[in-house]
Design a protein. Structure first.
Length: 255
């Protein structure tokens, strides 16, 4: 069954070009021009492409509403090019942020990359859940054994606690509210503590191609992660290695 894309875009000329490109790649597309119309059609879609400024509302607010009940991938497609708008879009849960004017071919490539990455993540979580499933013998064990089994599925790395089965990361015992891409990015950092990682390596860890125009989006995601870390701690965990990339100090350091 082809992936189902919901496109929320009020400009007909932009929608027509994008719908043509998406359908040419085999996607099923539902086009909406109003937020209220998109709400009706948002169930059971595989990815959302959202404009921000719309006649009856705001794409940011619609994304917040979606995130309360679903982790479906979201791409913002908008003329708002400022850094603050990018940061807001990514912080409220978008997987990508594309500025108009844009290349429909490139946007379709981004859609395909995000869907592929999401499918891999879902498969990994399913596999982890099956691996962590208690056996009949374990379920009949003493009361403290289930606690030990849960501890096996979590890994303490410095001030961070990684819970891959629950798809959660805690910093100093406080749950970080992460987008799907931020979770993958931070998980990769935690798997390589103190190691300098280039933008290209970080893109690959997120399932993105280094030539797909995402390199500067990595900087935005790093900025978003730092802001979320500051809610839990005043220490600096993500270190900029100028000319090379970034590294993670799991114990943190003073700024």
């Amino acid at each position: 069954m082809p992936a189902h894309i919901l496109l929320l875009e009020d400009e007909e000329s932009i929608a027509d070009a994008l719908i043509y490109s998406l359908k040419a790649e085999g996607f099923q597309v539902t086009w909406c021009q109003l937020v209220q119309e998109a709400i009706v059609h948002s169930a059971n879609v595989d990815l959302l492409i959202l404009d921000v400024g719309l006649p009856d509302g705001n794409g940011f607010e619609f994304c917040k509403q979606i995130r309360r009940q679903s982790e479906v991938p979201v791409i913002f497609l908008t003329a708002r090019a400022s850094e603050i708008d990018r940061v807001v879009g990514l912080e409220i849960g978008a997987d990508d942020y594309v500025v108009k004017p844009f290349s429909p071919r490139e946007l379709v490539a981004r859609v395909k990359a995000i869907l592929k990455r999401t499918q891999r993540q879902l498969a990994a979580v399913t596999e982890q859940s099956m691996t962590a499933e208690p056996t009949q013998t374990q379920s009949q064990a003493t009361a403290d054994q289930p606690i030990k089994a849960q501890q096996i599925t979590a890994q303490q790395i410095g001030d961070f606690l990684l819970k891959p089965t629950a798809v959660q990361i805690l910093l100093k015992n406080k749950l970080l509210t992460l987008t799907a891409l931020e979770y993958r990015l931070l998980s990769h950092f935690l798997a390589h503590p103190q190691q300098v990682l280039s933008r290209e390596q970080l893109l690959q860890s997120c399932g993105q191609s280094a030539d797909a125009g995402y390199d500067r989006n990595i900087d935005t995601h790093i900025k978003s992660l730092r802001a979320k870390f500051r809610i839990c701690s005043e220490l600096n965990y993500l270190i900029t290695q100028r000319g090379f990339g970034y590294s993670l100090n799991p114990q943190g350091q003073t700024t």
